[in-house]
Design a protein around this ligand. Structure first.
Ligand SMILES: Nc1ncnc2c1ncn2[C@@H]1O[C@H](COP(=O)(O)OP(=O)(O)OP(=O)(O)O)[C@@H](O)[C@H]1O
Length: 359
């Protein structure tokens, strides 16, 4: 049997995308690709162009350069774009955007006019079961909590069986606990249906928990498109290293390709660097790279302590220019002013050529 003619293995391909407003470029030369069933994320600080990229994907913003393809077909090119309603792309917004005068069932069935009444009802029931709101079918949006309204918005976006779902900060109106639970539920629902999605968020925990691939954006450019583990442990540049997770840079000098002399001792890692021995470098120290070791000669001073239940985050100072953080289980209890024996235990040695600090 012949396979359907799909020109590429990728569901979504974005090539050298450039777009913006009034001739001003906001998104610059962005390229990435997403496989069928994967959840991608656009993560970055406020104003870096995440929503602008999403608008271009949805077809609301023209391209000044580049190409967007879905299932191997170009849907956006400069001067030529498939209209939003013909893209088979669903959207879920931060503010839910439900119709207040329609019941939950009618909100979900809104885009299903082409179906017979019975088919429409069957589909709505199926979707409400999927998002676990079958008992609220006859309620109105104002009678639902924020989390429930967002589930309705997801069911409505899924109803026309889109090829791709775009989620624009969908959980940012919810409290932290609900946010975490709902993001995992939404991931499960999308994975069960095998639907691909792009999530826009500035919350890295949400990005890591929910997404298979994450783009870290800065000023309209992708700095790294990778799996969450690599973004944390193998950041490709200083911006990603600082933006993703916690960490401090300390000064060191290379001893060899995989060893750096620093105030915290000789740090070994699993990466080889090509710098000459003696090159000044900034080494990234994550809070989980530091362990308590009562035999260690290194005894930095605790200068800050943040208790967080099962763990405590300590900020240590070795000297005027060397500070770093460490995360210890909270039964290891120290006070500000204590000198604590610690050592570096990092598998992933991340270093960048030394940058003189400003000011
Ligand atoms: N309609 C618009 N007209 C002109 N400039 C815009 C418009 N929308 C956004 N911008 C500008 O484009 C840049 C990127 O905005 P965008 O909303 O894409 O960022 P973002 O990463 O989604 O930010 P946030 O996380 O704060 O929502 C900003 O400098 C913003 O001021």
């Amino acid at each position: 049997m012949n396979k359907p003619a799909i020109a590429s293995d990728w569901l979504l391909e974005v090539n050298n995308l450039c777009c913006g407003y009034g001739g001003e470029a906001v998104v610059k030369n962005v390229s990435f690709a997403l496989r069928q069933g994967d959840i991608g994320c656009l993560l970055g600080p406020s104003g870096c162009g995440k929503s602008t990229m999403l608008r271009a994907l949805a077809g609301f913003l023209p391209l000044s350069d580049g190409k967007i393809s879905l299932q191997g077909q170009a849907i956006s090119l400069p001067g030529r774009a498939l209209p939003p309603e013909k893209r088979r792309i669903g959207m879920v917004f931060q503010d839910y955007a439900l119709f207040p005068h329609l019941s939950i069932a009618d909100n979900v069935g809104f885009g299903l006019n082409r179906l017979s009444k019975a088919e429409r009802q069957r589909k709505v029931t199926e979707l409400l079961e999927l998002v676990q709101l079958q008992d609220l079918a006859d309620c109105y949006p104002h009678e639902l909590s924020g989390g429930q309204q967002q589930r309705v918005a997801l069911a409505r976006a899924l109803a026309p069986e889109p090829t791709l779902i775009l989620l624009d900060e969908p959980f940012s109106n919810l409290d932290a606990d609900l946010r975490r639970r709902l993001s995992l539920d939404v991931r499960d629902i999308l994975k069960t249906l095998g639907i691909s999605a792009i999530l826009v968020t500035h919350d890295q925990q949400e990005a890591f928990a929910m997404c298979d691939q994450v783009a870290v954006l800065q000023k309209g450019r992708i700095q790294q498109w990778d799996v969450p583990f690599n973004l944390y442990h193998e950041p490709t540049n200083r911006f990603v290293a600082s933006f993703v997770g916690q960490g401090s840079f300390i000064l060191g000098n290379t001893l060899g390709p995989d060893a750096i002399q620093s105030e915290l001792g000789v740090i070994h890692g699993n990466r080889a660097y090509r710098w000459e021995a003696g090159t000044p470098v900034d080494v990234l120290i994550r809070p989980d790279d530091i362990v308590y070791d009562e035999h260690s000669p290194l005894r930095p001073e605790v200068i800050e302590k943040t208790f967080a239940g099962t763990s405590t985050l300590y900020r240590f100072r070795c000297s005027e220019s060397t500070e770093f953080e460490a995360l210890f289980r909270s039964h290891l209890d120290f006070n500000v002013g204590d000198f604590v024996p610690v050592r570096v235990d990092a598998d992933h040695l991340i270093a960048f050529e030394h940058e003189a600090r400003q000011g």
